[in-house]
Design a protein around this ligand. Structure first.
Ligand SMILES: Nc1ncnc2c1ncn2[C@@H]1O[C@H](COP(=O)(O)OP(=O)(O)O)[C@@H](O)[C@H]1O
Ligand SMILES: [Mg+2]
Length: 248
């Protein structure tokens, strides 16, 4: 469903992606791990065409993200942004239904609200939160709203950027389980970025580790612990000792 072929991206002198090659099969869940600032979010934004690679190609279902009808292309995606990124001046239901109220996916307002309430229910929130503002919710509830927004238009492809960052371990577990359930029941292709190994084990079919601008290791989640790759092993163990420099 998504193919990265020799993708390069620099910002000024900073070479972030230095030849990323990766394939994500339709209906599977890929989790990309790697240290802070290694280019995980840049990788994800490149698929959406929010960032244009300097070199190489990214194909989504055989199509180049940077060519053709952008609205139709983006309509196939759902996205949970790092930090949630809810609009604080919109109510919860308006956030969830954001894309159903405008553009290629536009529906009548009443219908959009109904869908929003159904999606809120799917993530464990009751209809009475629909008319609240994001600031009136706890961090865990905000994350659920962001998740409801990501799935509101029933996308074929869903991206989750650091879905559990900032949550306590129990709430992280709840969000991980929800993500896994929803991806499976929708049959969606998913790409998740995280540095939380608990998320990896809960969400992934396959794992890819980004390090020094390339995919250092990729394989099924079940092979992660016996990969024999010293970078991956150090990342999993969280050890200061190993090939990855702790001070960056
Ligand atoms: N739009 C941008 N302009 C300049 N530098 C950027 C931009 N986006 C990301 N970077 C830089 O690219 C590197 C990788 O960023 P990012 O992909 O956000 O890291 P992470 O792996 O933590 O998600 C960082 O050093 C960041 O500062
Ligand atoms: Mg990031």
């Amino acid at each position: 469903m998504i193919t990265f072929d020799n993708v390069h991206k620099s910002f000024g002198p900073k070479r972030v992606l230095r030849g990323v090659n990766l394939e994500i099969a339709k209906g599977t869940s890929m989790v990309i791990i790697g240290g802070s600032g290694t280019g995980k979010s840049v990788t994800l934004k490149s698929v959406l065409g929010l960032i244009t690679p300097d070199n190489g190609t990214i194909l989504v279902d055989g199509k180049d993200a940077t060519k053709g009808d952008r609205d139709a292309f983006l309509a196939r995606f759902g996205m949970l942004f790092q930090g949630g990124a809810l609009f604080d001046s919109l109510t919860v239901w308006q956030n969830v239904a954001f894309r159903l109220l405008r553009g290629a996916l536009k529906r009548p307002k009443a219908e959009a609200r109904e869908i929003a309430i159904e999606k809120l229910r799917r993530v464990g929130l009751t209809p009475d939160v629909a008319d609240l503002f994001p600031s009136e919710l706890s961090g865990g509830m905000q994350k659920r709203v962001s998740l409801a927004r990501a799935i509101a238009a029933e996308p074929e492809i869903i991206f989750f950027d650091e879905p559990t960052t900032g949550l306590d371990p129990i709430m992280s577990g709840v969000i991980n389980d929800l993500i896994r359930e929803i991806v499976v029941e929708m049959g969606a292709t998913a790409m998740t970025i995280t540095h939380d190994m608990t998320s990896v084990r809960a969400i992934a079919d396959n794992v890819a580790m980004l390090h020094d601008g390339v995919i250092q290791w990729t394989g099924p989640v079940g092979q992660m612990d016996s990969s024999g790759d010293p970078y991956l092993a150090q990342f999993i163990s969280g050890s200061a000792e190993g090939p990855i420099e702790a001070v960056r």
